[in-house]
Design a binder for this molecule. Sequence first.
Ligand code: SF4
Ligand code: SF4
Ligand code: SF4
Length: 299
Amino acid sequence: MITWGSRFAVAKKRKGRWTIARRVVQIVVAILFFVPLSAAGWSALGLGFSSPEEPLATPSGFAWWGSLSSSHLFGLDLLDPFAALQVTAAAKSVAFAGLAWALPVLVAYGMVRGRAFCGWACPVNLLCEFVDWLRGKLGIAVRERAVPRKAKVGIAAAVLALSAVCSVPVFELVNPISAVNKAVLFGSFAGVFTLAAIVFAELFWAHRVWCRALCPLGGMYETLGCVGLVSVKIDHDLCVHCGACQAACLCDPEILDDVLSGKAGRVVAGDCMLCGKCVDVCPYSALKIGFALPRHPEL
Ligand code: SF4
Ligand code: SF4
Ligand code: SF4
């Protein structure tokens, strides 16, 4: 009988091209969105030091400028869609400019798969993957699933409702991505408690609990992820049901249940980050990432 331990051992042995490609993209994203800002923040570009209270002047000649929350990219202003929704809820009126800046982000990730942001761009995921690796090295055992993965969608809805009630975009007060921005840009420890809480929960409570089940931004991208055109697909003839893909899944092993049982030809869960880890670890190359129409799970 194949145990979760032996499945995990198989999963750990095989590292592949999707993981390498993802690391390259994660590093490029970090360079694009953190290096110019932090260089300016620390006066390396001669733009003068700014504090969190004093926004940096945007150098007009830069092709890109900003953070993962708000940026200017090749002439286009971009805003985190969840931040735009919170601002709209807090203001109790439609913030058209903010929603217009969020639209290109929604369309881009909506066409690919919402949580591709999580898998390929979010620096917190990179941190959580490192903590996952560290926990394995330290031999700390945690629960596989402490909170249902769908909880993050409810948390996202609750954040929007609370933003409306308090007239404040509440998640932005503790957003771990903003905390990374502030730490890199200003050396500020404001918000660092969010990151510390996430690391603590990942190390001692449950496997990838923040990104799998709790993060409201991930919840919003999960909702968007139901319509993506890129999916993990399976060749049922090649699958031997070893379970290595489920052991390696960055989201939740259950999102692969339908493809492994033969009910679906591709992963349809909006949760999928398109991280490609399942593809990389499959010993029989039964999985691949490819295009598929949203309404045809069997394809
Ligand atoms: S779930 Fe949240 S913290 Fe995790 S990768 Fe996605 S956006 Fe980042
Ligand atoms: S798809 Fe590959 S890794 Fe997953 S159970 Fe089948 S053979 Fe194993
Ligand atoms: S199903 Fe595969 S691609 Fe999707 S999150 Fe899990 S491991 Fe990553």
